[in-house]
Design a binder for this molecule. Structure first.
Ligand code: G6P
Length: 370
């Protein structure tokens, strides 16, 4: 069984460590040799269709939905098309406004999630083109979708999704770059710069995975708590939501992810002495604002751990108890790195609590009921 797990104690840890390879595999063949262009030969979507898209809807469940939140940011900022995100179990029941010019993107590791499949059919019934981002090419969702971008993460066994999520991020970045090129919303130089930064991600990830000690020690510390908060702004908030879900799934610690600036409208009432708060502070454009939110919780006695870049560690340590630095990439791509300490945190917290890491209670890898 350990052989199956490649020498790791759990599938989850093995899959966390497979992420650099999953990044490379998902990019392979999709970036031309010059490194200047994304090519997606598998797409049936024509350049004419791409030019007529006036709205994108991203629909998924669980962790795949959280990848969609990052995908929204990538598409809106690189392609400037409005994007809506929905959890699949809600999508059909809000009578979504879908036309043949809507591109609907469904995201699913397994390709078998019943709610996501139902959302796909709903979108198709309104004439939308449905593109699936999935890890299983023979799945129901892959079969029924009009287009498929396969994430090449390899089989994911642990119930808590890790490498599938990050590969979905890579797929969204590739798709956004492709759409941007067709619609002319980014210059060739901008596209080349983003591609180069993406190609550096696997090595940056390797460097993080080589040093898990600080996160492990922090995980042991939070494993004694019953409640904690994640805060962040923009895509840091999207990653915070994934970090919170991961932690709940396998450690059973109650946690909430909050948009940092929204805390003061209610949730701040829950911050009391000693409560752990994990603050994601990787986005330069909102850093100052995030720091003022960090100070709000610090003033109420929260025990804060910040995830940030090396150059901000010293100044942040004035308001937080600990800081963990992640390698520097483009702001847009940060989630592909910043989520990794949160995956490790959940893993080690679950381990410290003696839980069944790979098979958490009440959860299934793939949910085929609505
Ligand atoms: C289940 C799994 C989650 C997963 C969700 C969506 O709830 O436990 O980890 O994110 O389904 O699965 P999918 O296969 O559609 O990505």
């Amino acid at each position: 069984v350990t052989a199956e797990k490649g020498g790791f104690e759990h599938f989850m840890l093995k899959e966390i460590h497979e992420q650099p390879k999953a990044y490379r595999d998902t990019m392979r063949g999709r970036i031309d040799e010059s490194g200047k262009k994304v090519v997606l030969p598998e797409l049936k979507l024509t350049p004419e269709q791409i030019k007529s898209i006036n709205k994108v809807q991203i629909v998924a469940c669980g962790t795949a939905y959280h990848a969609g939140l990052v995908g929204r940011n990538a598409i809106e900022s690189l392609v400037r098309i409005p994007v809506e995100t929905d959890v699949a179990s809600e999508y059909r029941y809000r009578s979504p406004i879908v036309t043949p010019d809507t591109l609907v993107i469904v995201v699913s590791q397994s390709g078998e999630t019943a709610d996501t499949l139902a959302a796909l059919r709903e979108a198709q019934s309104h004439g939308a083109h449905v593109l699936a981002i999935t890890n299983v090419v023979g799945s129901s969702i892959a079969r029924d979708a009009d287009d498929v971008i396969a994430t090449l993460a390899g089989p994911e066994i642990a119930v808590a999704s890790t490498k599938a999520y990050t590969s979905q991020l890579i797929a969204f970045y590739l798709l956004s770059l492709y759409l941007a090129e067709v619609r002319g919303t980014q210059t060739p130089e901008q596209i080349t710069q983003i591609i180069a930064a993406m190609q550096a991600l696997p090595e940056q990830l390797d460097s993080m995975l080589a040093k898990p000690e600080a996160i492990k020690a922090y995980a042991e510390q939070i494993s004694k708590h019953e409640h904690l908060f994640f805060i962040g702004r923009g895509i840091d908030f999207a990653v915070a939501q994934e970090g919170s879900l991961k932690l709940k799934e396998i450690s059973y610690i109650h946690s909430e992810a909050y948009a940092a600036g929204e805390l003061k409208h209610g949730t701040l009432a829950l911050i009391e002495d000693g409560i752990p708060v994990i603050a994601l502070a990787t986005q330069e454009d909102v850093l100052e604002k995030t720091v003022s939110n960090i100070k709000e919780v610090s003033a109420r006695g929260a025990d804060i751990m910040a995830i940030t870049h090396e150059e901000h560690v010293v100044s942040l340590l004035k308001s937080v108890n600990q800081a963990f630095a992640i390698p520097k990439t483009l702001p847009l791509l940060t989630p592909a790195l910043s989520v990794v300490p949160l995956q490790l945190l959940s893993y080690y917290a679950s381990l410290a609590r003696g839980n069944d890491v790979d098979k958490p209670r009440n959860l299934a890898k793939s949910v085929t009921v609505e």
